[in-house]
Ligand binder design. Structure first.
Ligand SMILES: NC(=O)c1ccc[n+]([C@@H]2O[C@H](COP(=O)([O-])OP(=O)(O)OC[C@H]3O[C@@H](n4cnc5c(N)ncnc54)[C@H](O)[C@@H]3O)[C@@H](O)[C@H]2O)c1
Length: 355
């Protein structure tokens, strides 16, 4: 298969690109390299095998059209990924996430042989989930009535420009299957973590906590640190992408919640405890007020993905954090250089921990 990966020089994209190259597929990476460290990911990818690279921007419909033509699959990952940044510049966020996705869908629809399109959506489409009962424990919150986590039937509630732009893209992707019969699948991803994740305070919090601890940077916890996410190791996500592509005839038009599920849920405080154990270092933590809109708990109900494509998260959190630590230790200089670059403007009041 010829697989186009938009955002292929990003964290998830370069892991996916390596996987599909190793499986013998023809991989095309399409990325504008705007993410700090994307060039380093691209360089690493070059050491892993042969692929084509297009320095392109998903906001440019012509570039997207040229790239999509002739592909069997489009893995659409390119995005403006930080809620904080979306609040500073909602137009850029909209153009990249909403218009960029429309450009991909239109290019796919108009192609001579329309490719399969997988879209990486987010748990943020469910908003702050303020009406969902939770229970407070000593170092974490938990969902009171949802033992399997949050299903795809949970009401959508787009909050923040990022939530709106990804949510619009999520719904367009779904609708292109209904209205045009395009073979699309939406993957609403929770917290993905793993090797080659260049986390910063604005996005990629597990990797950020680990890098900050290694490099003796202070970490601010917004809220009490008891907020919980289900963590999914990137290799498991890539395996799901592959299964979805293989079974596209059964899952076209579907939406899947994708995360580590109930077995891999962790609060910020529990994650820091794990980091203490693996690094032998004490993270320098301080607390700041809650960010408005932060979900107290998000845990994905992954049973639909399990039922329909036979997928389960495999990597438990302890093993995943060990693997990320090992990679971070070997890439200390890269992490230091990414963290030393200035962050694009941040708002005074930002919203929510990022995935
Ligand atoms: N990492 C997570 O926990 C998580 C959770 C939910 C959803 N997602 C989604 O998964 C996708 C990949 O996330 P990631 O963590 O790998 O992020 P990332 O920032 O590492 O990767 C995104 C890539 O897109 C590229 N990009 C940005 N704007 C572009 C544009 N206009 N044109 C072309 N390329 C552009 C960046 O340079 C970067 O390489 C995103 O769509 C994100 O919203 C990620």
């Amino acid at each position: 298969m010829k697989i186009l990966i938009t955002g292929g020089a990003g964290f998830i994209g370069c892991n996916a690109a390596r996987h599909f190259m190793q499986r013998g597929h023809e991989v095309v990476v399409f990325d504008n390299l705007s993410r700090k460290g994307a060039s380093a990911n691209l360089e690493w990818l070059r050491s892993q095998g042969r692929f084509a690279f297009i320095a392109g921007d998903v906001r440019d419909s012509r570039q997207v059209m040229d790239a999509v033509g002739g592909c069997d699959v489009v893995l659409h990952l390119a995005a403006q990924v930080a809620v904080t940044r979306s609040i500073v510049d909602p137009r850029e966020d909209f153009e990249t996430n909403a218009l960029g996705t429309l450009n991909v869908l239109e290019a796919a629809r108009l192609a001579t042989h329309p490719p399969i399109v997988l879209f990486s959506s987010t748990n943020k489409v469910y908003g702050d989930m303020a009406n969902t009962p939770i229970v407070e424990e000593s170092d974490h919150y938990r969902l009171a009535d949802l033992p399997f986590g949050v299903s795809e039937e949970y009401p959508l509630n787009f909050l923040s420009p990022y939530g709106c732009s990804k949510g619009a893209a999520d719904q367009y992707t779904r609708d292109y299957a209904r209205i045009y019969g395009l073979r699309t699948v939406v993957l609403r991803q929770s917290c993905i973590y793993g090797t080659r994740q260049l986390g910063v305070e604005d996005q990629g919090w597990v990797a950020w906590f680990l890098a900050a601890t290694l490099l003796d940077r202070p970490i601010t916890l917004y809220g009490d640190g008891k907020q919980v996410r289900d963590l999914l190791f990137v290799d498991d996500l890539v395996e799901l992408y592959e299964r979805v592509i293989e079974r596209i005839d059964c899952v076209s038009g579907e939406v899947f919640n994708v995360g580590g599920g109930p077995a891999n849920q962790l609060s910020l405080l529990q994650c820091l405890e794990q980091i203490r154990k693996v690094t032998g270092k004490e993270p320098a933590i301080s607390f700041a007020p809650w960010r408005p809109g932060d979900q107290r708990v998000f845990v994905a109900d992954v049973r639909r993905a399990s039922d329909m494509v036979g997928w389960q998260p495999k990597t438990d959190v302890a093993a995943g954090i060990d693997a990320l630590y090992e990679w971070a230790r070997q890439n200390r200089d890269l992490l230091a250089s990414v963290l030393s670059e200035p962050s694009p403007g941040r708002p005074a009041a930002s919203e929510g921990i990022e995935e």
